[in-house]
Write a protein that binds this ligand. Structure first.
Ligand code: TRP
Ligand code: SF4
Length: 404
């Protein structure tokens, strides 16, 4: 595991192990993780407890999916030497922090999270009037806060969960970040930064507190990040002091919105397991060809000689993701004039998806045959995660003066 520098923002994200991944996950999430792993201190984990909130009747299935999910990640290029990869339930501190946070989180905060109502309405057939399901976003908050993440890459649907995380962190800091003599300690810490920086800090703090200048707030934070001669505890205090409240024990993370994947499924709707329109990340070559060959096309092209309109065809949507300009021109021209048939049109698409998936399948095969290696990745990653999680828990308990 690469030793991250103090200034590399930490990224935390998780995925529930609920079955094999498809191209929607690849284009929407995994490619993004692969890009981020070299620029940030990334913690990616398999959220098996979260899967249990909806699949509590079949926990064995979750356990089986854990390794499969890891294989999918690795095959897609997520690397255990660049990011810390682990399993949520192997780091019990997530549960411990969740429990403590549950004591101070108002029920109404959880009840108003939009995904709670939506999901409960959508997943009929399952009894989700459970304690665990209501607490889903709070467990997610614990996942994030236990690593003091700065950034959480998530899709649109998860932004509310990051927002809840911020509110919970703020509440925690407000309750437990108050220290006797806080102001004096902060003033002393400021003077340790040296005359010039101390002056800068004070003026930016003032600009933020008196004029709400958020630019100044950001600059002051950057100034603190760059300080070498103050302790981490002092820096955390001075972060809190900027806003005039209390010491920051659990920093508020930001959501890093992954732009909505426009990955269409083989029927033109968004690719999703629930629509049964997916192409798997490890889809065998012949299945892949069959799926594309049987895709519906513009209904106006009942015969080869009937002209069509790509705008009305799901095949075209996949072309937009997978093929180049030149092919696009060829498709548009050929479709409108009936110059090409739909079978012709699909071939370059099959080739392009095939070319993307072949190396992924190849890597997946290697991992499928090396279960011991998968176990090593999980063990090492979980151990590294535990180390940091244990540090945060110690600080949390100390701040709460709830020591054992
Ligand atoms: N709720 C997320 C999802 O369904 C998974 C998740 C669990 C997560 N804990 C997290 C994502 C922490 C980001 C950070 O996709
Ligand atoms: Fe769709 Fe291509 Fe057939 Fe046109 S030629 S209808 S874009 S498959």
């Amino acid at each position: 595991m690469r030793a991250p520098s103090q200034n590399t923002p930490r990224v935390v994200s998780g995925m529930r192990p609920t079955g094999k991944l498809h191209l929607g996950h690849y284009h929407g999430v995994l490619k993004n993780w692969v890009d981020m792993q070299h620029d940030y201190d990334c913690f990616f984990f398999i959220a098996d407890w979260h899967a249990l909130t909806t699949h509590y009747e079949t926990p064995q299935g979750i356990a089986e999916s854990v390794e499969e999910l890891l294989i999918d990640w690795l095959a897609a290029g997520v690397s255990p030497s660049a990011a810390t990869l682990f399993v949520q339930s192997h780091v019990p501190q997530h549960a411990e922090l969740h429990l403590l946070l549950s004591m101070m989180t108002p029920l109404s905060w959880l009840e108003r999270v939009p995904s709670y109502k939506d999901q409960k309405a959508k997943l009929t057939g399952r009894d989700l009037t459970t304690y665990g399901f209501l607490g889903y976003p709070l467990l997610q908050a614990a996942d994030i806060l236990i690593y003091k993440a700065g950034l959480v890459p998530v899709g649109e649907d998860q932004v509310a969960h990051v927002e809840l995380t911020r509110e919970v962190a703020r509440r925690f800091n407000h309750f437990y970040g108050q220290e006797p003599g806080f102001e004096e300690v902060c003033e002393q810490a400021i003077s340790k930064m040296g005359k010039k920086n101390a002056k800068l800090y004070r003026s930016m703090r003032k600009a933020y507190q008196e004029q709400g200048d958020s630019e100044a707030l950001n600059k002051a934070r950057a100034l603190l990040e760059a300080q070498q001669n103050i302790s981490i505890a002092d820096r955390d205090r001075l972060f809190g002091y900027l806003e005039g409240i209390s010491k920051v024990i659990l920093p508020e993370p930001d959501a890093k919105l992954t732009k909505a994947s426009k990955m269409p499924g083989i029927d033109g709707q968004k690719m999703s397991k629930s629509y049964g329109n997916t192409i798997g990340l490890r889809e065998p070559a012949d299945e892949l060809a069959k799926k594309i060959k049987t895709m519906p096309t513009d209904p106006a092209r009942a015969r080869r000689t009937d002209p069509g309109d790509p705008a009305k065809c799901p095949v075209w949507q996949l072309h937009e993701v997978y093929t180049d300009e030149q092919t696009h021109d060829w498709v548009k021209q050929g479709c409108i004039t009936a110059g090409i048939g739909c079978i012709d049109c699909k071939q370059p698409l099959i080739d392009a998806v095939q070319a993307e998936l072949e190396p992924i399948r190849e890597r997946a095969r290697r991992y499928e045959n090396d279960r011991a290696y998968l176990q090593t990745i999980i063990d090492q990653g979980s151990e590294a995660a535990q180390e940091i999680a244990a540090e945060t828990m110690a600080e949390v308990i100390k701040a709460m003066r709830f020591s054992r």
